[in-house]
Design a binder for this molecule. Structure first.
Ligand code: B3K
Ligand code: ZN
Length: 886
């Protein structure tokens, strides 16, 4: 049983809209349970449409319709229209070029627990319309290629809703009887209705200004609940940084006189780029040194940047249809990555992004939900806001940047904005602009938009000592993915360099070309050979520098060669990568030993490599901390054909403990050296010192030494910043520490009024590897602070347990799976989008042993057979169960 036919929508079926909406005047009479909406829209026949029908189909869901009036005169009777579950079909609309239609309906924001459309969050009314939420507000042509001018009048009680916000500029306001007031907003820019927003509530505001490159002064307003106003300063600074960066790097200036951000506590995802009125999850706005970690600070700046950058890549130029989502998301993620890299450390940011991509997107791309960055089909578009569309999409844009160079890429983006400002366009339009501005042929490159799956690039080398040449044979192969069995070769940019045995740079000279320090090979065929000349000794290869393409590289390497690269590679990404590969190889060897019941011993190469890293005077301590970090259990799992969660955990823990024992003295020294009181300082130096200090404490805590336990306790008790406090608490919770319960209780006591900090408290316990973790999770489900209707809470407990606690979630008896099944079923009726995200942990069943496979599949079956399963959950669960038919 499902609440809707699981109808599949196909890209190939796209046709232009029959009607357009030139302008709409929206009126809202706001009330928690009964908001009335009036939409007076001017419709025009789309000259580009060949359709000749006389019916107008407006989309709408869960609406109580009151009135339909044509041309301000004729109220239509029920014989003139037909209402279905998801549409209002008006028969015999006038044949004239343009006409006016007014719809009056009402909605119940309080009952809207799906948090799509108009809903209530802590007494505040707010909207989320992307992708298809506007149709839950009123009947409309809810599709991104219908771009309309919006005027919005909000009316409500002055005490409940003193602040009334919508897109654009405030053009009028006034008082009404019965303690009510109204405000009218006008957005001068055409936009699709997914960018519409309204917010009403008792909100406090932090104000600032930004002067744009052409000298215009823009008011910046950040709204939050009054209690949170003291945590908005970092978001404001981030916004100003983003505005300046987009002017400097892309030549893009902000276009309205006002930019507003509202922080809300109930939000399905991170944030939303509504024109001039961004709505944000509080998680990506609120920060104070004592409540937010250094990562939180960085992510806030990144997400504020991301939503701001959408003003050009998404709003001024938008998507023609939802299959083109990566047009705005891939490009905007690329822009936010570069922004954060410029603001923090390019090397560190690149590693963090690739780490996430390889751990999570690669696994999505290898699983039953794999899809190209421009999907061909979907049942529920909200299921396609994926790591593939966002993160792999950003990698595809990055490859264009690599191939065209920064200047060529900028020429392409300038042309793209010039050609398409004010339009709803496709991914092809973007590539066309890059192509035209640089006079290049990107036809083969376009396959990245069509083909799913992670390509594997195999590298073979032959050195000819007599001819002084090195011949590289690169081949590419992309595994089959659902619905795509044969893949054509892609254009893969492979950045590389060569090194001599002493670590110095060897010349990189392709036959017939100039010598250089490094080069980018363009792999275009299934197999291709490249010859380097002028090499008097056999060089060591550094391949896929900077992770120049979202691929896996297969290459025979000795552990010694990896250790050499870790010591000598001048490419910061590959240097780190060599360490990761070295550690992975050693851990996988130990996984085999665990499986065969052998005693574990750490290979001295690992000790030697780690020692070299520890001894080197790294200028960037954040980068240093990444070199000291082992590959995560999830990344190791992603690389195994059949995942053995317990063996991975045992092997990895063995390495952590061995390194801690072996380097105890150095790690203690580093901890003491960098354990300073620098709370409130967020420069890269202070952040780096905290990172190193805390990673050292993490290793040392594995030793269970009494004095180290004291260090952790001391740091926990005296920390004035959340980075240090939560790091110490994590060490206390994840090791047998006598004060664990006391510290958890104290932390809760200290932070119970700070929802985002309490989320961290839930997550820490949900991801604990200690034996009692599952029982703790069950108990936390009944904690008074747990709330299934708040997505942040759900993610912090259920999401964290199922996605970041492999050993306990994948317990062999299936209790973790059954628990998740229960929660998905409960969430399905409450919030289908969040429920569907939670199914993710069950989709990879094929990667586990047969017993676990059966248990995971049983939960997926159970979910599908639940009464009233939403199409969100149905799509993910059903595609997971029959991946090949998808
Ligand atoms: N565009 C929004 C995401 C909307 C998700 C809808 N399910 C946030 C972003 O990518 O900036
Ligand atoms: Zn986005």
């Amino acid at each position: 049983m499902r609440d809707a036919d699981p109808k599949t929508i196909y890209l190939k079926d796209y046709s232009v809209p029959e009607y357009l909406i030139d302008n709409v005047a929206l009126g809202f009479n706001l009330d928690e349970e009964n908001t009335t909406v009036t939409a007076r829209m001017t419709l025009i026949r789309n000259p580009a449409s060949l359709a000749v029908g006389t019916a107008l189909v407006l989309l709408g869901e869960n609406l109580r319709l009151h009135r339909v009036v044509l041309n301000d005169a004729n109220e239509l009777g029920e014989q003139d229209y037909q209402q279905t579950d998801d549409a209002l079909i008006i028969h015999n609309v006038p044949q004239q070029h343009s006409f006016v239609l007014t719809i009056e309906n009402s909605i119940n924001p309080k009952a809207n627990t799906a948090l799509e459309g108009l809903y209530l969050s802590n007494g505040m009314l707010c909207t989320q319309c992307e992708a298809e939420g506007f149709r839950k507000i009123t009947y409309f042509l809810d599709r991104p290629d219908v771009m309309t001018r919006f005027t919005t009048t909000l009316e409500g009680d002055k005490d409940r809703y003193p602040v009334l916000l919508s897109n654009g500029n405030k053009i009028a306001y006034g008082e009404l009887p019965d303690n009510r007031h109204w405000v009218t907003w006008e957005d001068p820019f055409r936009k699709p209705c997914y960018l519409f927003a309204l917010v009403a509530g008792q909100l406090a505001c932090l104000e600032d200004r930004f002067t744009t490159c052409s000298g215009r002064s823009v008011s910046l307003h950040i709204f939050a609940e009054p209690y949170d106003l003291d945590k908005c300063g970092h978001a404001m600074q981030s916004l100003k940084n983003a505005m300046l960066w987009d002017e400097q790097v892309y030549g893009r200036e902000y276009d309205l006189d006002l930019y507003m951000i509202v922080a809300v506590s109930h939000f399905n995802m991170g944030a939303m780029e509504n024109k001039g009125l961004n709505v944000f999850n509080t998680k990506f706005v609120l920060a104070r040194p004592d409540t937010a970690t250094d990562f939180d600070y960085e992510h806030i700046e990144g997400v504020i940047g991301h939503e701001y950058f959408h003003n050009w890549t998404g709003n001024r130029v938008t998507c023609r249809d939802w299959f083109q989502l990566s047009l705005k998301e891939g490009f905007t993620v690329f822009r936010d990555q570069e922004f954060t890299g410029d603001k923090t450390s390019k090397a560190v940011k690149r590693i963090e992004d690739v780490n996430m991509l390889r751990t999570r997107q690669f696994s999505e791309d290898a699983g039953p939900m794999a899809h190209p960055i421009r999907p061909d089909a979907y049942i529920e578009i909200n299921n396609f806001y994926t790591l593939t569309v966002y993160e792999k999409g950003a990698e595809v844009v990055r490859m264009l940047h690599t191939l065209l160079g920064a200047d060529g890429f900028r020429k392409g983006s300038d042309l793209y904005f010039e050609r398409h400002d004010g339009q709803a366009v496709t991914c092809d339009d973007f590539v066309n602009a890059m192509e035209a501005a640089n006079s290049v042929d990107l036809s083969q490159f376009r396959r990245w938009y069509e083909q799913a799956g992670t390509p594997v690039v195999t590298v073979q080398q032959t050195y000819d000592a007599n001819a002084h040449t090195l011949t590289l044979t690169l081949s590419q192969n992309c595994p089959p993915t659902p619905g795509q069995h044969h893949k054509a070769p892609l254009l893969i940019p492979v950045a590389m360099g060569l090194m001599n045995a002493d670590g110095s740079v060897a010349p990189c000279q392709l036959q017939g070309q100039q010598a250089d320090q490094a080069c980018i090979l363009q792999l275009t065929q299934a197999q291709q050979t490249f010859t380097f000349v002028g090499l008097t000794q056999q060089p060591v290869l550094s391949v896929l520098r900077g992770f120049s393409a979202p691929v896996k590289v297969l290459m025979e390497r000795s552990l010694d060669e990896l250790a050499f690269l870790l010591s000598h590679d001048s490419d910061t990404f590959n240097r780190w990568e060599a360490g990761q590969q070295l550690a992975s190889r050693i851990i996988f060897g130990l996984v085999g030993d665990v499986q065969n019941g052998l005693a574990l011993q750490l290979n001295p190469i690992m000790l030697d490599a780690f020692e070299k890293v520890l001894q080197y005077p790294w200028p960037d301590l954040s980068y240093f901390s990444l070199l000291l970090s082992l590959p995560s259990e999830n990344y190791l799992a992603e690389q195994m054909t059949i995942v053995d969660v317990e063996a991975i955990h045992t092997a990895r823990e063995f390495v952590v403990r061995s390194l801690a024992e072996h380097f105890q003295a150095v790690l203690r020294g580093l901890y003491q050296r960098y354990h300073l009181d620098e709370s409130g300082q967020f420069d890269s130096g202070a952040i780096g010192r905290r990172r190193i200090k805390n990673i050292c404490l993490g290793y040392l805590s594995r030793l269970n030494a009494v004095d180290i336990q004291q260090w952790a306790l001391q740091q926990f008790n005296s920390a004035k910043n959340m980075t240090d406090q939560i790091a110490a608490l994590s060490d206390i919770v994840n090791n047998p520490h006598a004060d664990k319960q006391i510290c958890l209780a104290r932390f809760y006591q200290q932070w119970q009024a700070e929802a985002l900090v309490i989320d961290k408290w839930f997550t820490l316990q949900a991801t604990s590897k200690m034996p009692d973790a599952f029982q703790t999770v069950l108990a936390l489900m009944n904690h008074p602070a747990f709330d299934l209707s708040n997505p942040n809470r759900v993610r912090s407990l259920i999401g964290a347990f199922s996605q970041a606690n492999a050993v306990h979630f994948h317990a062999a008896n299936g209790q973790g799976y059954a628990f998740l099944g229960d929660q998905i079923i409960a969430l399905n009726t409450l919030n289908p989008q969040v429920a569907s995200r939670m199914v993710g942990a069950l989709t990879s069943w094929a990667k586990y042993d047969v017993n676990r496979q059966a248990l995971m599949k049983a939960q997926l079956e159970r979910i599908i057979n639940t009464a009233n399963i939403s199409k969100d959950v149905y799509e993910v669960a059903s595609k997971s169960l029959s991946p090949l038919s998808a």
